[in-house]
Design a protein. Structure first.
Length: 146
Protein backbone atom coordinates (compact mmCIF):
# COMPACT_ATOMS: atom_id res chain seq x y z
CA UNK A 1 0.00 0.00 0.00
CA UNK A 2 1.44 3.40 -0.94
CA UNK A 3 2.41 5.73 1.91
CA UNK A 4 0.61 9.06 2.32
CA UNK A 5 2.29 11.86 0.40
CA UNK A 6 3.18 15.05 2.29
CA UNK A 7 1.60 17.76 0.12
CA UNK A 8 -2.23 17.66 0.37
CA UNK A 9 -2.64 17.97 -3.42
CA UNK A 10 -0.68 14.74 -3.98
CA UNK A 11 -3.35 12.07 -4.09
CA UNK A 12 -1.70 8.95 -5.51
CA UNK A 13 1.97 7.89 -5.78
CA UNK A 14 3.09 4.32 -6.35
CA UNK A 15 5.40 1.84 -8.09
CA UNK A 16 3.74 -1.45 -9.07
CA UNK A 17 4.48 -4.77 -10.69
CA UNK A 18 0.82 -5.13 -11.64
CA UNK A 19 -0.86 -3.50 -14.66
CA UNK A 20 -1.70 0.18 -14.25
CA UNK A 21 -5.27 1.46 -14.39
CA UNK A 22 -5.99 4.91 -15.83
CA UNK A 23 -9.43 4.87 -14.17
CA UNK A 24 -7.78 4.60 -10.73
CA UNK A 25 -5.71 7.72 -11.42
CA UNK A 26 -8.72 9.65 -12.70
CA UNK A 27 -10.76 8.62 -9.64
CA UNK A 28 -7.99 9.75 -7.29
CA UNK A 29 -8.12 13.23 -8.83
CA UNK A 30 -11.87 13.72 -8.89
CA UNK A 31 -13.09 17.02 -7.44
CA UNK A 32 -15.62 19.69 -8.36
CA UNK A 33 -13.17 22.62 -8.24
CA UNK A 34 -10.92 21.47 -11.09
CA UNK A 35 -11.79 22.68 -14.57
CA UNK A 36 -8.71 21.05 -16.09
CA UNK A 37 -7.35 17.54 -15.78
CA UNK A 38 -4.28 16.62 -17.80
CA UNK A 39 -3.37 12.95 -18.13
CA UNK A 40 -0.25 11.41 -19.65
CA UNK A 41 -0.06 7.67 -20.30
CA UNK A 42 3.30 6.24 -21.31
CA UNK A 43 3.10 2.91 -23.16
CA UNK A 44 5.67 0.42 -24.39
CA UNK A 45 6.20 1.01 -28.10
CA UNK A 46 7.32 -1.56 -30.67
CA UNK A 47 10.44 0.35 -31.78
CA UNK A 48 13.32 2.51 -30.58
CA UNK A 49 16.44 3.81 -32.34
CA UNK A 50 15.20 2.29 -35.60
CA UNK A 51 15.08 -1.21 -34.08
CA UNK A 52 12.08 -3.38 -33.29
CA UNK A 53 11.38 -3.82 -29.58
CA UNK A 54 10.25 -7.21 -28.22
CA UNK A 55 9.56 -6.02 -24.71
CA UNK A 56 11.26 -4.48 -21.75
CA UNK A 57 11.77 -4.65 -18.04
CA UNK A 58 11.78 -1.76 -15.57
CA UNK A 59 13.90 -1.96 -12.43
CA UNK A 60 13.72 0.53 -9.58
CA UNK A 61 16.23 1.44 -6.90
CA UNK A 62 14.87 0.94 -3.35
CA UNK A 63 14.73 4.74 -3.02
CA UNK A 64 12.62 5.21 -6.17
CA UNK A 65 9.24 5.47 -4.43
CA UNK A 66 10.54 8.14 -2.05
CA UNK A 67 12.07 9.99 -5.01
CA UNK A 68 8.75 9.82 -6.87
CA UNK A 69 6.97 11.25 -3.82
CA UNK A 70 9.46 14.12 -3.65
CA UNK A 71 8.90 14.90 -7.34
CA UNK A 72 5.12 14.90 -6.86
CA UNK A 73 5.40 17.12 -3.78
CA UNK A 74 7.66 19.57 -5.65
CA UNK A 75 5.27 19.79 -8.62
CA UNK A 76 2.39 20.42 -6.20
CA UNK A 77 4.42 23.18 -4.49
CA UNK A 78 5.54 24.85 -7.71
CA UNK A 79 2.22 24.78 -9.61
CA UNK A 80 -1.25 25.96 -8.66
CA UNK A 81 -2.78 22.48 -8.77
CA UNK A 82 -5.61 20.78 -6.93
CA UNK A 83 -4.39 17.23 -7.48
CA UNK A 84 -1.29 15.27 -8.51
CA UNK A 85 -0.96 11.55 -9.23
CA UNK A 86 1.89 9.40 -10.56
CA UNK A 87 2.10 5.63 -10.86
CA UNK A 88 4.96 3.76 -12.57
CA UNK A 89 5.16 0.10 -13.44
CA UNK A 90 8.17 -2.09 -12.70
CA UNK A 91 8.93 -5.60 -13.90
CA UNK A 92 8.40 -7.18 -17.33
CA UNK A 93 6.20 -5.28 -19.80
CA UNK A 94 5.05 -6.19 -23.28
CA UNK A 95 4.34 -3.99 -26.30
CA UNK A 96 1.30 -1.80 -25.60
CA UNK A 97 1.47 -2.17 -21.81
CA UNK A 98 1.12 1.02 -19.77
CA UNK A 99 4.45 1.90 -18.14
CA UNK A 100 3.54 5.18 -16.41
CA UNK A 101 0.47 7.31 -15.70
CA UNK A 102 0.76 10.88 -14.45
CA UNK A 103 -2.01 13.41 -14.07
CA UNK A 104 -2.72 16.77 -12.51
CA UNK A 105 -5.84 18.83 -11.92
CA UNK A 106 -6.14 22.58 -11.64
CA UNK A 107 -8.76 25.30 -11.92
CA UNK A 108 -7.73 25.89 -15.55
CA UNK A 109 -6.16 23.81 -18.32
CA UNK A 110 -2.96 25.84 -18.69
CA UNK A 111 -1.74 25.10 -15.19
CA UNK A 112 -2.79 21.45 -15.47
CA UNK A 113 -0.81 21.07 -18.71
CA UNK A 114 2.27 22.81 -17.26
CA UNK A 115 2.18 20.74 -14.07
CA UNK A 116 1.76 17.42 -15.90
CA UNK A 117 4.63 18.26 -18.25
CA UNK A 118 6.85 19.12 -15.29
CA UNK A 119 5.75 15.94 -13.51
CA UNK A 120 6.61 13.48 -16.30
CA UNK A 121 9.82 15.28 -17.30
CA UNK A 122 11.11 15.50 -13.72
CA UNK A 123 10.09 11.90 -12.99
CA UNK A 124 12.12 10.69 -15.97
CA UNK A 125 15.11 12.84 -14.97
CA UNK A 126 15.22 12.19 -11.23
CA UNK A 127 13.48 8.96 -10.21
CA UNK A 128 15.90 5.99 -10.27
CA UNK A 129 13.96 3.67 -12.56
CA UNK A 130 15.89 1.90 -15.30
CA UNK A 131 14.60 0.38 -18.53
CA UNK A 132 16.12 -2.75 -20.06
CA UNK A 133 14.90 -3.03 -23.66
CA UNK A 134 15.13 -6.23 -25.67
CA UNK A 135 15.22 -5.72 -29.42
CA UNK A 136 13.92 -8.06 -32.11
CA UNK A 137 17.45 -8.46 -33.54
CA UNK A 138 18.60 -10.09 -30.28
CA UNK A 139 20.43 -7.06 -28.89
CA UNK A 140 19.45 -5.18 -25.75
CA UNK A 141 19.96 -1.78 -24.13
CA UNK A 142 19.79 -0.28 -20.64
CA UNK A 143 18.26 3.20 -20.46
CA UNK A 144 18.50 5.61 -17.55
CA UNK A 145 21.24 3.84 -15.63
CA UNK A 146 23.78 5.93 -13.72
Amino acid sequence: MPESPQHPAVRLVDLRETPLDVAEVLAALGDDASGGLTLFVGRVRDHDHGLGVRGLEYSAHPSALDALRRVCDRVAEEHDVHGVAAVHRVGRLEIGDIAVVVATTAAHRGEAFAASRALIDTLKDEVPIWKHQQFTDGTDEWVGTP
